[in-house]
Design a protein around this ligand. Structure first.
Ligand code: FAD
Length: 400
């Protein structure tokens, strides 16, 4: 397809990856981010082999790995710290046989640099406020300034509460879930505590995140939310330790409440990822509970599949239809599994029975579920992307 004028709304992991890949394939890309900077508040992210396949094709794995920690599996514990399961990352040639836990900012910076180097124009402090479509183009209204930008394609990567999605006819169902806390603290993660812990107050976890840092995350309780609202870090430390004793060491590393990432989880389902010349990507298309660690990884896959489909098709509508037809059912299965796992992790009554069930079934379902969560053949995807964007990759063709 000949180069398209593409507006990407949202500078999160999904938007940055889309901008990087579409610019690398010759499209004229403008990325608009509402926040004043491309800053990811202090927390980590686990890149699974599917997300790593995209990062590897973009040539950023060595750069981000220098600041992160490789994980070969995830240990799951009950509320008393006893082992429930150990979900191993399925083996594959490096770097696709492990997960990489990195500070979010490290991944953001690497993707933003690739996007800029490929010629994408990245602007912060600009919100996409509205859009209008005719047969030939989509016109985006941005604030401040009430400026209008005409494009061939709008990539809506504006997150779970997507304003753009609300303007489309895509039959959205948005179910709010628990509020999670996440933070990155400058202390080593004790080996015996690493992994997830399913206790009476929900889920708590901690993993090494490179350079002596620990990434911790936890479901919130009312006490925790009150403590966060008070802005007092001592109150947050006390309430988190009370709800999740396994975090009582890690939470001492929190210096300021502003270093916490506090998010309500959303499960977003739509009847289509495409409406005319607008395509939904990442959480805007399919926000899901974090329990399989697949939200951002799926956003990276979306960006990769979109770039591949645009390169393969002669007609934009065909490329978008193939993107929707491929990505929506694949990610729907992962959403369903994440939602099921989230329900198990927050089980209130009969936890002993749950723990017994997890212990006895995890050996059978663990690795299979992990591989299914990747949604694609990770090596095949990485190689297809390398062929597309590497030296000698196919140039973008003609538009229609
Ligand atoms: C506790 C927790 C742990 C998680 N752990 C993992 C993990 O380990 N691995 C994983 O893969 N996923 C994980 N996730 C999920 C992951 O964080 C998300 O799926 C991912 O960040 C989604 O990226 P995105 O780019 O689609 O959206 P976002 O990160 O939400 O980015 C959207 C961007 O769009 C901008 N924006 C919004 N509206 C507009 C507008 N109108 N105009 C312009 N800009 C706009 C926003 O400012 C934002 O920068 C976790 C989630 C939680 C809650």
């Amino acid at each position: 397809m000949q180069p398209l004028r593409v507006v990407v709304a949202g500078g999160g992991i999904g938007g940055l990856a889309a901008a990087a890949l579409l610019a690398r394939t010759g499209h004229d890309v403008t990325l608009l981010e509402r926040a004043g900077s491309l800053r990811a508040v202090g927390a980590g992210i686990a890149l699974q082999p599917n997300g790593l396949a995209v990062a590897d094709a973009l040539g950023i794995v060595d750069r981000i790995a220098a600041q992160g920690s490789w994980q070969h599996g995830l240990a799951l514990h009950d509320g008393r710290g006893r082992a429930l399961a150990n979900v191993a990352v399925p083996s594959a040639a490096a770097p696709l046989g492990a997960a990489l836990v990195v500070p979010r900012q490290v991944l953001h910076d690497a993707l933003a640099d690739v996007a800029a180097a490929a010629g994408a124009a990245v602007t912060t402090g600009i919100e996409v406020a509205d859009l209008a479509q005719d047969g030939d183009s989509v016109t985006v209204s941005v604030e401040p300034g009430a400026t209008r930008i005409r494009a061939d394609l709008l990539v809506a990567a504006d997150g779970a509460r997507s304003l753009i999605r609300a303007r489309l006819s895509v039959g959205t169902k948005d179910t709010p879930g628990p509020v999670y806390l996440r933070a990155l603290v400058p202390m080593s993660c004790p080996d015996e505590l690493a992994g997830e812990h399913w206790g009476p107050c929900g889920l708590a976890g901690l993993v090494p995140c490179g350079r002596g840092r620990t990434y911790w995350f936890a479901s919130s309780t009312e006490d925790i939310r009150d403590a966060v609202a008070s802005g007092r870090v001592t109150a947050v430390r006390t309430s988190v330790s009370a709800a999740h004793p396994v975090l009582s060491g890690a939470v001492q590393g929190l210096r300021d409440v502003r270093d916490l990432l506090v998010n309500q989880v959303h499960s977003v389902h739509t009847s289509s990822f495409v409406d005319g010349r607008v395509v939904l990507l990442g959480d805007a298309a399919h926000a899901m509970p974090p329990n399989l660690g697949q939200g951002a990884n799926s956003a990276l896959l979306d960006a990769a599949v979109l770039a591949l489909e645009l390169a393969d098709a002669d007609v934009l509508a065909d490329a978008l239809a193939r993107y929707d037809g491929g990505r929506r059912p694949a990610v729907r299965r992962v959403q369903r599994d994440s939602e099921r796992l989230a329900g198990l992790a927050h089980w209130r009554h009969g936890r002993r029975l749950r723990d017994l069930a997890v212990r006895t079934t995890s050996a059978a379902v663990g690795p299979r579920a992990a591989r299914a969560a990747f949604q694609v053949d990770v090596v095949g995807l990485r190689d297809d992307l390398r062929e597309l964007i590497g030296p000698g990759g196919r140039p973008a063709g003609r538009p229609s």
